[in-house]
Design a protein around this ligand. Sequence first.
Ligand code: CA
Length: 221
Amino acid sequence: MANKTLGLEKNLYDYLHSVSLREPAILAQLRDETAQHPMSRMQIAPEQGQFMALLVQLMGPKKTLDIGVFTGYSSLVVALALPPEGKVVACDVSEEYTAIARRYWQQAGVADKIKLHIAPALETLDSFIAAGEAGTFDFAFIDADKSNYNNYYERTLQLLRPGGLMAIDNVLQSGRVADPQEQDKVTNTIRAFNQKLHGDPRITISMVPIADGLTLALKLG
Ligand code: CA
């Protein structure tokens, strides 16, 4: 997992940040704190967060999903970009990591916009489908255990409204997907997943080479 955009020389990456990154102080603080964490590579890149915030601003979503919260950067970046009535439904299994997330959501004044569900995300998503919430979400970010990516994708596709947008993280796996020598389980899972989405007539697709690769999938009506 890469938490900066792959394939850019450091000087070009720094330049890109210097002329485009407008990371709010609260997000920069969260990124600094997360950098001390042993799992800090799970943090999304700031230019990716800013890109997602722009997508959210374009859409003006009321209901969004964040599958895989970690220390809360993606939930927070989306919450800050939402219209006043917008909400984030956040899914994670870790009380420990999300305790950091909650602290920053409070500090940023958006805690009331984010509803955290501590449970396996598939259970949470299935409970929403069972409760009749299919077709009601506008935006979703998928960034959790890769073994369940296809399951998250299928559930999220049901939960999104037609014209709703899904962003799926780590689809380039630090470049391993393109190296035939790499035959580990996660890389092969992501390869199969990418292949499936490429041919899926239910969506419009764009794979964006930002950070570790972000697939955008727009649900067709
Ligand atoms: Ca990720």
